[in-house]
Design a protein around this ligand. Structure first.
Ligand SMILES: Cc1ncc(COP(=O)(O)O)c(C=O)c1O
Length: 346
């Protein structure tokens, strides 16, 4: 029986040793609860330094869904609409969390190839809006997912184009950065260039898909959004008494480029896998810009891949999703490619 190789999700990966060590280091003595501790203060300073923004604020929360929905609720009035891509996680996979925390705020999908919102489609959706008509929810926030749920990315230039269109209509801009480190690692731009310098007012700092144990965070660049989040995080049960252990994870994550090094490993192993599958003539359905690839294979081939010990999700009978993580090694990829090659013919 072959050893299993994990391609289901980066959520299935473990915790980076540096994060475990940071938690152990913080486990000395007592500290004030609910974020009044020295680690949470240091986290704020770290975020301000890494994102080059003197007013940035940070709120550790327990999941990407919490980060997205609480940030968006703070940014969108109950009669407003959050505009996002048709395939966005906030629209398709969060069970209406943004609408719940947002007091009924709507989420409206906008089309676009490669899972990215097209500027023209965003303009069209604004033209179709009955602005000022109380019978119609009012577009209030643009939410971009970077990387997208299907592993493609927006460049800072593409983000600027969209946030400029949105801001002309008075919208603020949010970024779902569940895998933001993967995007930064590929783009090579600064964290500031991908966020506030591109017009983003608040974003979800994903960390748990990339080696962190138990925290993501909301980062906001607008003090008005931060002021609301103080209360919204508490009301929703996201102000942990032991916040120091969340904060210390995020400090370690953002220090000495750990987040980018971990993301580089998952991106690089995916690039190796995609190149190998290309040589095997396996059809790829997305540009695997980061750590996620969708391939089309005969259902019998997918069955044999599973029997060969590869762990993955089937999106359809003939579509397989493959995701690498910071724990995936080159050896995993080479073994996986050998096994896939042997499954292509019965
Ligand atoms: C793009 C994106 N955003 C948000 C989330 C939500 O994260 P969580 O599952 O921690 O709530 C996910 C989870 O897979 C995701 O892929």
């Amino acid at each position: 029986m072959n050893a299993q190789i994990e391609f289901r999700s980066d959520n299935a990966a473990g915790v980076a040793p540096e994060i475990m060590a940071a938690i152990a280091d913080a486990n000395t003595g007592s500290a004030l609860a609910y974020g009044a501790d020295e680690w949470t203060a240091r986290l704020r300073d770290t975020v301000r330094a890494v994102f080059e923004h003197p007013d940035a604020d940070v709120f550790p929360v327990i999941s990407g869904t919490a980060a997205n929905s609480l940030a968006l609720a703070a940014m969108c009035p109950p009669w407003g609409a959050v505009m996002c891509h048709d395939t966005a996680h906030i629209l398709q996979n969060e069970c209406g969390a943004t609408s719940m925390f947002g007091g009924g705020a709507m989420i409206r999908g906008v089309a676009g190839d490669h899972y990215r919102i097209e500027p023209a489609a965003l303009e069209q959706s604004f033209e179709a809006t009955r602005w000022g008509d109380p019978h119609h929810s009012q577009p209030s926030v643009l939410s971009l997912t970077v990387p997208t749920d299907f592993g493609t990315i927006y460049t800072p230039k593409q983000i600027v184009e969209l946030t400029t269109i949105a801001s002309r209509r008075g919208l603020t801009a949010h970024l779902d950065g569940a895998r933001i480190a993967n995007a930064l690692s590929v783009l090579g731009c600064s964290p500031a260039d991908l966020t506030w310098r591109a017009g983003i007012d608040a974003f979800s700092l994903g960390a748990m898909k990339n080696g962190v144990l138990s925290t993501d965070a909301i980062v906001c660049f607008d003090p008005a959004i931060a002021a609301e989040l103080v209360y919204r995080t508490k009301r929703s049960g996201h102000v942990a008494s032991k916040m120091r252990f969340q904060s210390v994870q995020l400090i370690a994550y953002l220090t000495d480029d750990l987040w980018l090094r971990l993301a580089h490993q998952s991106n690089a192993t995916m690039a190796r896998l995609a190149a190998g599958l290309c040589k095997l003539d396996v059809e790829q359905l997305n540009e695997p810009d980061v750590n996620m690839l969708f391939i089309r294979v005969d259902p019998a081939v997918a069955d044999r891949m599973a029997e060969a010990g590869l762990l993955f999700y089937r999106i359809a009978a003939d579509v397989v999703r493959l995701v690498t993580s910071f724990q995936t090694t080159d050896a995993d990829i080479d073994t996986a490619l050998t096994r896939i090659e042997s499954t292509l013919t019965p």
